[in-house]
Design a binder for this molecule. Structure first.
Ligand SMILES: [Fe+2]
Ligand SMILES: [Fe+2]
Length: 209
């Protein structure tokens, strides 16, 4: 691929993250239960709020993986980031589909989330590969915990959303492990705390808008 091809591809990914139209490489989980829903209006609204939070998380994941890949110094690390990033694209597409099935919308603040995460990913990437990979691993760990909490909060009968969140959770665990195997280090505790605070801000906002 030429540099221009790469640029167009990455730009297309960014655009699909922010405005929608993501394509999944794998089928959407929960095909056995289908996308139709027997939830009442309140349950549907709650499920949509949670799935919107997850969708925003995946918008951030695209921005982080793209920016870190851009400044990674090692081609093997770039390939690993690229592979995880493609699975994040599946997550993005699945959440988008589920939001539509629930009759809801993605966050209106997606351009803001994307831009902020891209800047953070760039900073992490420029700090050097071991910190960048540590940042990926810590992010994935926090996302894993967060998805686990969603499995508690989602309406019991929302089998489709649950199947999606559970597959995402398994993938995030693998992404974190891949980053640590590639040479990631544990981040200092103040940085971990700062990341938790920022994700709290993101999750409370995205639930509503
Ligand atoms: Fe993800
Ligand atoms: Fe991930």
């Amino acid at each position: 691929m030429t540099l221009l091809d790469r640029f167009i591809l990455e730009f297309d990914t960014a655009l699909r993250s922010v405005v929608g139209g993501a394509n999944a490489g794998r089928p959407i989980p929960g095909s056995e239960v289908g996308g139709s829903t027997t939830l009442n209006a309140d349950e549907r609204k709650h499920a949509a709020g949670l799935m919107r939070v997850n969708h925003v998380g995946e918008v951030c994941a695209q921005a982080l993986y793209q920016s870190q890949k851009l400044v990674a110094r090692n081609s093997q690390i770039q390939e690993m980031l690229d592979h995880s990033g493609q699975e994040e694209m599946d997550h993005l597409a699945w959440c988008e589909t589920r939001l539509k099935e629930l009759g809801s919308h993605t966050s209106y603040l997606n351009p803001f989330w994307y831009a902020g995460s891209f800047a953070i990913g760039l900073a992490a990437g420029l700090a050097g590969d071991k910190w960048s990979l540590g940042f990926v691993a810590e992010t994935e760990k926090q996302v894993e915990n967060h998805l686990e909490s969603h499995l508690q909060k989602l309406p019991e009968d929302d089998h489709r959303s649950r199947a999606i969140v559970d597959q995402m959770r398994l993938d995030e665990i693998a992404h974190g492990q891949a980053a640590m195997h590639a040479g990631g280090v544990n981040l200092p505790e103040p940085i971990q705390k700062m990341m938790q605070t920022m994700s709290k801000l993101m999750t409370t906002t995205a639930y509503k808008i």
